[in-house]
Design a protein around this ligand. Structure first.
Ligand code: PLP
Length: 421
């Protein structure tokens, strides 16, 4: 109560903007993830890894647009690419050379994507991957995981009751190969696909055990289902995503977030025999339309980012910074002997109000969200911006100085609140 009262007093412009927006948007909201009580911050501007809110406060941006903002704000290379595309006429009602160039660049990094297609979002990429799998196998069921998030209409976590696309879903516990095996035994002949995030992202940055993922590969082969890896979030863990780190070979992969250089983006692709069904020359071709699938700004920004900024080496260095930061943040919790932790991989992490090991969604039952709220509001006061739910995703400009700032702020906050934690 005290923390939110202080927040309200500090952020009158955000509250006013929310109230104005609430006339036309439900609770001022058009992205569910952005809402929190009493009202979310309104940001005015970003530069590098900093944000300024509507009341003029400056923040270290430790959220990085829910992992999509890997380039930070206002990267000059991305800006120039966008301006160049604008000057070429923006939208040309046709193909442009940039599409194939971006697709080639992605394929160099994800060689398993023999053929791929672009969409406007990760959500659409997953929808289309499922369409491809059901068409390819002639089957209808899809095995997914409790706590998984594959987009607004493919969501299997807590948080409300999403209206999912009407696939016949079989929901398995994450990181539990025996349970999946039992479900595959029961439903195998009807399964079109096993769809999985290599790390539960929105579900709490809980990594899949490598043996679990390899086990799924084998089970998919056994029953003739396609293995679809949703690397929308984990693609940033190395140049070739988590599949490259683990030597895992999915049939299809879905991508999103940073590949569009910070603009709306999605892609799905994989085995040529599956993806060639989208060849419009085929009599049995699958349709996949979308006015902005090849939108000029995304293609240009994505290509410039991958070719000129986000080399696999830069990505590896960013992930190493993330590993070190997570260790240091967890060191703060250990030093103060509080039952909190950051989970995650590389430059993506998530705060949890428990220190027990987390394997899946069930392990999160009963954790106290008020503790996360308290740390969130306290960190905001000290100029650190992360997701209200506790997600942290570093951007390229987020360096060691910023890591020091974050650790110092967390240490001060935990020290001050220790009796409540
Ligand atoms: N899949 C995963 C793993 C995600 O984290 C997200 C978004 O957070 C999506 C899919 C959906 O992507 P988009 O928000 O671009 O629709």
């Amino acid at each position: 109560v005290e923390a939110t009262a202080r927040y309200r007093a500090r952020n009158p412009a955000s509250e006013r903007l929310l109230n104005e927006a609430a006339d036309v948007l439900p609770a001022g909201n058009t992205r569910s993830v952005l809402f929190y009580s009493p009202f979310p911050l309104y940001m005015a501007r970003g530069e590098g890894c900093h944000l300024w809110d509507a009341d003029g406060h400056r923040y270290l941006d430790a959220l990085g647009e829910f992992t999509a903002g890997i380039y930070g704000h206002s990267n000059p290379v991305i800006q120039q690419a966008i301006v160049a595309a604008l000057q070429d006429g923006l939208s040309l009602s046709s193909h442009t050379a940039r599409e194939a160039a971006l697709a080639h660049e992605i394929q160099r990094r994800f060689p398993g994507m023999a053929l791929l297609r672009f969409t406007n979002s990760g959500t659409e990429a997953n929808l289309m991957a499922l369409a491809a799998a059901t068409a390819h196998t002639g089957r209808r069921k899809v095995l997914v995981f409790n706590g998984a998030y594959h987009g607004g209409v493919l969501s299997f976590g807590g948080g409300g009751s999403p209206v999912n696309v009407p696939h016949d879903f079989v929901v398995a516990p994450y990181n539990d190969l025996d349970a999946v095996r039992a479900l595959v035994q029961a439903h195998g002949p009807q399964l079109a696909a096993i769809l999985i995030e290599p790390m539960l992202g929105a579900g709490g940055c809980i990594p899949a055990a490598p043996a679990f993922l390899h086990g799924l590969r084998a089970l998919a082969d056994e029953c003739g289902a396609l293995l679809i890896l949703d690397e929308v979030m984990t693609s940033r863990l190395s140049g070739g995503g988590r599949q490259a780190l683990l030597g895992l070979k999915p049939d299809l992969t879905t991508l999103g977030k940073y590949f569009g250089g910070g603009l709306s983006f999605g892609a799905f692709g994989g085995r040529a025999d599956v993806m060639s069904r989208f060849d419009p020359r085929r009599p049995d071709a699958l349709g996949h339309a979308g006015t902005f699938n090849n939108n000029a700004l995304t293609m240009a920004a994505g290509l410039a980012g991958l070719t000129q900024v986000l080399t696999p080496a830069a990505l590896d260095a960013l992930n190493q910074r993330g590993e070190r930061l997570r260790e240091r943040l967890n060191g703060v919790f250990t030093r103060h002997a509080v039952g909190l932790q950051f989970t995650g991989l590389g430059s993506v992490m998530q705060l949890h109000a428990t220190d027990r090991p987390l394997r899946n969604a069930a392990d999160l039952a009963g954790t106290d969200d008020r503790i996360k709220a308290l740390l969130f509001f306290d960190l905001l006061e000290r100029g650190i911006f992360l997701a209200r739910r506790g997600l942290v995703a570093l951007s390229l400009p987020f360096g060691e100085t910023q890591a020091d700032e974050f650790v110092t702020a967390l240490d001060a906050v935990v020290a001050a609140r220790r009796p409540l934690l």
